[in-house]
Design a protein around this ligand. Sequence first.
Ligand code: ACO
Length: 333
Amino acid sequence: MKKSRIIATGVYLPEKVLTNADLEKMVDTSDEWIVSRTGMKERRIARDDEYTSDMGAIAAERCLESIDMPKDKVDCIITATLTPDYTFPSTACLIQNKLKVKGAACFDIQAACTGFIYALSIAKAYVDSGTYKNVLVVTSEKLSSIVDYTDRSTCVLFGDGASAVLVSAEGDGLEVTSICLGADGEQADLLYMPGGGCRNPASHETVEGGLHFLKMSGNEVFKHAVRRMESAAKECLEIAKINEKDVSWIVPHQANVRIIDAIAKRFEHLPADRIYKTVHKYGNTSCSSVGLALDELMKEGNVSNNEHLLLTAFGSGFTWGASILTYKKGNVS
Ligand code: ACO
């Protein structure tokens, strides 16, 4: 069996910044409430004519360019998103067309905020088994297209953005040491969008009833998020036989700084400044949040050979997952 590695990363963030001060003018909220309850100060919002596939394609392009990887070497594109350009065809196919990577296999997966880790698990399976050599995992979200900007309980939380990683059998990078995934479909209605699928196809009534906006029972989601991200992370450590003390960084889904801090407290051996945070500047970008944070962490250059990173995420479904990545330089064994 080969061992897959993330050998390149890339991101895209829209230019437009939506600050807490901007939100104060839109709904009955305050910078103080948003910062104290979520840790968020600003988030990025895509232009009206900028779509999930556009953002994903730029992140993918930057990822490949960072290691001068020719586009025709990409065998497969897996896109994770809950805000696809269309119901079909897949956003991965649209990204393939923008990248001009003819022939690569393409499909989307939907695991909400856990999408990065779910997609990574599929890429790992393809590369480890020798099915494909180079798999591009792209996460991209235009959450602003499904957020109700009159609902203060959700509109302050979300931002847009994309990330991409290249998973390959060869090259220096982050070896995918272990992955754990889980889900609980009983909790589906705590975080969902009622309209647009076959149950409530678009109609005047669904639009007037606000069914095409994301709905969330924030308090409930909060409790599950902390518990599931902790347990997935600990299960992943156990499977990999890696001690918590040997983890250099936790890179969690960036839903809320209070969730991140609650997870940090459950890892008593890890200094608080070793849990990576971007939530203050990008908000919750759903499945892009782990990829955005991972890209920034790696570009800061603070990860050395054989150090372990622990990713953990949670999202609608409910879904959850964790992964241990180990930085490896030199040939893959
Ligand atoms: N500004 C001011 N007041 C507000 C705002 C706001 N933006 N939003 C809510 N409030 C009010 C509420 O109306 C409520 O008022 P009341 O007491 O008079 O009724 C009060 O603040 C407290 O509301 P809560 O919902 O209890 O606030 P809480 O501290 O739980 O924070 C939050 C809400 C930020 C949504 C939090 O519950 C949370 O982060 N939940 C988890 C989100 C998450 O993890 N999502 C993960 C996956 S996302 C995905 O998969 C797409």
